[in-house]
Design a protein around this ligand. Structure first.
Ligand SMILES: NC(=O)c1ccc[n+]([C@@H]2O[C@H](COP(=O)([O-])OP(=O)(O)OC[C@H]3O[C@@H](n4cnc5c(N)ncnc54)[C@H](OP(=O)(O)O)[C@@H]3O)[C@@H](O)[C@H]2O)c1
Length: 317
């Protein structure tokens, strides 16, 4: 697997990260280890987890896998903090809460430091000053190497950048956000979740900051729209729209013409952005075959014509 350079980061990372949200919970440890082995054998060295995933089971599982395989020094680990699922919809973005989270994250992983620490969500009632002071403190203490955000508004990312500059802090090095070929149903979508629309593209073009593309297959909804299997209630609400159904139809047509599967094409799309900022997909396969199919997408050719075709224009859907 190729490596890519993220602006502001001193070491290269794999062009696709491994999403570990369900490892140790929905996927029991033996299944999780098999998936991690497949990603590793494909050359992947970039893991993505969160303090909240499986209430710590994801972090514990990948920590154990790295120890068992003796590969910690090869891996770049991202974890996300600041979300508290012990209370419904609770965030934990105050400095003291972030301090508890980062220490728990490191304890669960079993290592003293992670490469990337992101803020999982945002609580706009907490000043960016308080949040960045805490992240800078973790960095100076050697607990994290870099930090970034996920699901933040562009206005708050701007405010964070202004404060970081004023204090001489390194600032955010990436934004983890939903990005795939679909357009979310904005009316029904949960407000805390953000997705890469035109405003974010303009923001990233301006700043050059890297995008970690989560839910690269629209949380499994787009493969289902392609083959016509039933969507879950959540997928139905967020993704079952005329635009997304047209994207699915075009993906299937393209797949027949070029011989690559619709899933391979969806991953290849994320690697073939025409924008002036790096994008890396965070792969989310549940089974070995699903993960292998996504990994095959990393070497699937993808042209500018395909990019245009997979973005239906007004009046075409
Ligand atoms: N920062 C955030 O707020 C945030 C939010 C979400 C995710 N993430 C990160 O992103 C990672 C990936 O997200 P995701 O799980 O939503 O990714 P995704 O790839 O969009 O969705 C995964 C689902 O897609 C389906 N799938 C995968 N490969 C397939 C294949 N080859 N054929 C058919 N269906 C396939 C499976 O659904 P079925 O189970 O129905 O088969 C699988 O559970 C997570 O693990 C996490 O690390 C971050």
């Amino acid at each position: 697997m190729k490596k890519i350079t993220l602006p502001g980061v001193s070491f290269p990372v794999s062009q696709a990260a491994m999403g570990c949200a369900y490892l140790g919970s929905r996927e029991p440890e033996d299944v999780a280890f098999e998936l991690l082995d497949i990603y590793y054998e494909a050359g992947g060295r970039f893991l993505n987890t969160a303090h909240e995933y499986g209430h710590g089971l994801s972090e514990r599982t990948i920590g154990k896998w790295m120890r068992t395989r003796g590969v910690r020094n090869e891996m770049a680990v991202t974890s996300k903090i600041g979300e508290d699922h012990s209370a419904p919809a609770a965030l934990a973005m105050h400095g003291d809460e972030l301090r508890v989270d980062i220490d728990e994250t490191l304890e669960r992983l079993g290592y003293d430091c992670i490469e990337f620490c992101l803020l999982h969500l945002d609580d706009e009632s907490v000043p960016v000053e308080e949040i960045l002071d805490a992240l800078d403190e973790f960095q100076r203490a050697g607990k994290i190497i870099y930090y970034g955000c996920s699901n933040w508004s562009t206005a708050r990312m701007d405010a964070a950048a202004v404060y970081a500059k004023s204090r001489g802090y390194h600032g955010f090095v990436m934004n983890e956000i939903e990005m795939n070929l679909t357009r979310r149903n904005i009316v029904n979508a949960e407000s805390r979740i953000k997705w890469l629309d035109g405003d974010y593209i303009a923001w990233h073009e301006r700043t050059g900051m890297a995008v970690g593309a989560y839910s690269p297959l629209a949380a499994g909804a787009l493969p289902k729209l392609c083959v016509g299997t039933e969507l879950s209630a959540y997928q139905n609400k967020a993704y079952n729209t005329p635009y997304n159904r047209e994207v699915a139809r075009r993906l299937m047509k393209l797949s027949q013409e070029c011989g690559h599967t619709q899933v391979e094409l969806q991953i290849a799309y994320l690697l073939s952005q025409p924008y002036e900022f790096p994008v890396f997909p965070i792969l989310g396969g549940r089974t070995q075959e699903q993960l292998r199919e996504s990994l095959r997408g990393l070497s699937c050719p993808f042209t500018r014509e395909m990019f245009e075709y997979l973005h239906p224009k007004e009046g075409e859907y």
